[in-house]
Design a protein around this ligand. Structure first.
Ligand SMILES: *Cc1c(COP(=O)(O)O)cnc(C)c1O
Length: 422
């Protein structure tokens, strides 16, 4: 469920017509709904109501705008970060270190040091070399790093290959078969305190079965580790629950059903539960608002050339992802639709959002919205073709605010310098 609906024939974000945002901020622009973000966060809280203790660590990489982090942090969210940059964002948004978990396969020693200095809930350690490095850094500072080891359960998440992370062939985590050995090593190392077990098997999962398999393995491992004498008090279940990208399709499982799988698999272990949803909180809380520049009638097809491009929203080009594309001014019921190839201005054929999108007849200057663009949208954007990063807007009821401004060309160009021998 989201808060982007037609009212009087105009697509609104909550109580604000998107036409108004386009007029005042310009296009292309990302628009987020505070009510949708809040609602999704609350749904996950309800899904874990049974747990004596839990923390929803929003995966910052899905949408890392500081206003988004602040909204979620103020609701009580923790954060899952994968770089010191994301850590700094979370802290800037007012999230305390004890609610931040640090994931990622390539944490540097500098990142470890800064996170330890600033305060951290736990490091999710992904390899033995990383464990040794963290031990050295922490003990060198006279600090103790709380850790969970990310275990790779070797299950097929049945999602796009580029976002599956829980198979043996993926770079993530430590093989289950080596886990007890690694925990034994961790227990002996100075500067390390074992607190839990971590998994994350992939993103945009639309089936609960892979979770059930992975979490059952996690439960077995937890029992084995406890027999070995480790104190396992937290289980980090990762993120990855999928969202409906097509409104006309089978919806993925609900967070409440996902919460039940967690309860059934690990609920009897008395652990504090951590989950790391990203896409599910932010995805359907955002749209990319764009304007038609030209309608170009090709030989055998019509192109809708819009002012957003693959540098603004790369998911279609990178994953072949689908985003519903809708006109901002609602077509009257029964109006005929026609196929358009919706493309951006970038000089690559990959800059195609969709082939054969069935839309009512559109003209230059008309507005369209790409739905489900709140996660892995703005965060993955680039300045390719020297296109400025596009602004982000947050709507809350009847008000809206620019939460990242469009840079001027001067700002963009001024970051570059010429060598002094020129
Ligand atoms: C990407 C990622 C997430 C979030 O995945 P979503 O599909 O956005 O929920 C959570 N945890 C880790 C470790 C990740 O890498």
């Amino acid at each position: 469920m989201d808060h982007f609906n037609y009212r009087d024939g105009v697509l609104h974000a909550e109580d604000v017509p998107l036409t108004r945002i386009a007029a005042e901020v310009g296009t292309p622009v990302y628009v987020y709904s505070a009510a949708t973000l809040t609602r999704h966060f609350n749904v996950f809280q309800q899904a874990l109501h049974w747990a004596p203790d839990y923390l929803i660590c929003y995966a910052v990489k899905a949408n890392s705008n500081i206003a988004v982090l602040k909204l979620l942090g103020d609701l009580g969210a923790g954060m899952d970060v994968v770089s010191i940059g994301e850590y700094a964002r979370a802290r800037t948004a007012g999230v305390p270190g004890e609610r931040i978990v640090f994931s990622g396969v390539g944490k540097t020693r500098d990142e470890m040091r800064l996170a330890l200095e600033g305060g951290i809930r736990q490091f999710n350690v992904e390899s033995e070399p990383e464990l040794l490095a963290l031990s050295e850094v922490a003990s060198g500072m006279g600090a103790v790093a709380p850790i969970a080891v990310r275990v790779n359960p070797d299950v097929d998440a049945k999602t796009h290959e580029k976002i599956a992370t829980g198979k043996a062939e993926n770079k993530f985590g430590i093989p289950l078969a080596r886990a007890r050995e690694v925990y034994a090593q961790a227990a002996r190392l100075p500067g390390i305190e074992v607190v839990g077990v971590d998994m994350h098997i992939g993103s945009q999962l639309t089936d609960l079965e892979p979770y059930r398999q992975a979490y059952a393995k996690m439960a077995d491992l937890t029992r084995a580790l406890r027999e070995d004498g480790h104190v396992i008090s937290r289980l980090d279940m990762g993120g990855g629950l999928g969202i409906p990208y097509r409104r006309d399709n089978n919806a993925p499982p609900l967070p409440i059903e996902y919460g039940q799988v967690i309860r059934e698999t690990v609920g009897d272990l008395g652990c504090s539960i951590e989950i790391e949803p990203g896409r599910n909180i932010a995805g359907n809380a955002g749209v990319l608002l764009s304007r038609v520049i030209y309608v170009k009638n090709g030989e055998d097809r019509d192109f809708l050339i819009v002012d957003a491009a693959m540098n603004d929203l790369i998911r279609p080009a990178m994953y072949g992802a689908h985003h519903d594309i809708v006109p901002v001014i609602e077509a009257p019921p029964g109006v005929e639709r026609q196929p358009y190839d919706v493309v951006g201005p970038i000089c690559e054929s990959g800059d195609t959002f969709r082939k054969g999108a069935e839309l009512p007849a559109l003209s230059a200057e008309d507005l369209v919205a790409f739905r489900s663009a709140g996660a892995y949208g703005a965060v993955m954007s680039s300045e390719y073709n020297t296109r400025p990063l596009i602004p982000e807007v947050m709507v809350d009821g009847e008000r809206f605010a620019v939460i990242r401004a469009r840079p001027t060309l001067e700002e963009m160009l001024s970051r570059e310098t010429l060598p002094d021998w020129f």
